[in-house]
Design a protein around this ligand. Structure first.
Ligand code: 48F
Length: 267
């Protein structure tokens, strides 16, 4: 029989939070955003034994999956990503033209469970408000604050965590890449541009096809994934089809693993 004491409850929460957070002060990869692309990247990187943490502003993971299409709770996945989702135990219903449908609740839960089982740490209610920069030429970590502090517009200084690589998986606004360009004087993306054009109007097939090629290291130490990749490289939006997000997350993990090896060699 447990003895329930208020003091012990508080102590356990504060102490275990602090030690888990301290373990994240030096990461291999910090991922901003717990949508499908960020979570798939977390699964693949953690399965390789890399130290990975996901930072999600909202109190829940899953990003844009939950709402399906216009709140109809189904998502569509194409053949190219079907094996990845089946590998996570997500049930797919086949339809014509190589398309499948799936339940968003199952997709979010099983993706999240896989990331946790692989060893990734997931922080909810914690936003990435900025990056740590070195020599004005390399991203070296993330600057975090509580999502609630952001929402309340409180003037509270953040905390920083170091990472060999940061993945911007913040979705349609590509927040981390925009912040970097706004703050680092003279910063240019890998293709020489100084601005993020944002996503283009809907064209589902072209948008899905663009996601993996657009998943790139856009600045030393910063990789873009998912809808953030299409926002950075002016790819179209695509609505409630999600295969490309998982494929982009996988590609981001491949690139991030190379960045981590490079940075460890340079250290
Ligand atoms: O938007 P989101 O699901 O990104 P994604 O992985 O997938 C896009 C699809 O959901 C959908 C689509 C499918 O066709 O177009 O939109 O590219 O998830 C992004 C997550 O990042 C969080 C945000 O709350 C969401 O859960 N986020 C955004 N900015 C920050 C952040 C930030 N600065 N710090 C932490 N989390």
């Amino acid at each position: 029989m447990s003895r329930v004491s208020e003091v012990l409850i508080s102590k356990l929460i504060v102490e275990t939070f602090s030690s888990r957070f301290a373990e994240c002060l030096h990461l291999d990869v910090a991922i901003a955003g717990a949508g499908p692309s960020g979570m798939q990247a977390a699964i693949d990187l953690a399965r390789q034994g890399l130290k990975v943490a996901v930072f999600e502003r909202q109190l829940h993971v899953g990003g844009g999956i939950w709402g399906g299409g216009m709140l109809f709770p189904r998502i569509v996945v194409q053949e190219e990503a079907a094996d990845m989702l089946r590998g996570l135990g997500i049930d797919l219903t086949p339809h014509e033209d190589g398309l499948y449908t799936a339940d968003p609740v199952e997709a979010v839960s099983k993706t999240t469970a896989a990331a946790l089982d692989a060893g990734a740490t997931i922080w909810v209610g914690m936003a990435v408000e900025d990056v740590v920069i070195r020599e004005n030429s390399r991203v070296a970590g993330v600057v975090t604050n509580w999502g609630a502090v952001e929402l309340a517009r409180l003037h509270v200084d953040p905390l920083a965590l170091m990472a060999h690589c940061v993945i911007d998986a913040t979705g349609h606004h590509a927040e981390i890449t925009r912040r970097l360009l706004a703050k680092v004087a003279g910063a240019r993306l890998c293709d020489g541009r100084e601005t993020v054009p944002g996503e283009q109007p809907m064209w589902a097939e072209a948008g899905e096809a663009a996601l993996v090629p657009n998943t790139r290291e856009v600045y030393p130490g910063l990789v873009v994934a998912g809808m953030a990749a299409n926002a950075v490289f002016a790819g179209p939006r695509m609505g409630a089809i999600f295969g490309g997000m998982f494929l982009s997350g996988r590609r981001a993990a491949e690139i991030a693993a190379q960045v981590v090896s490079r940075e460890k060699m340079n250290a």
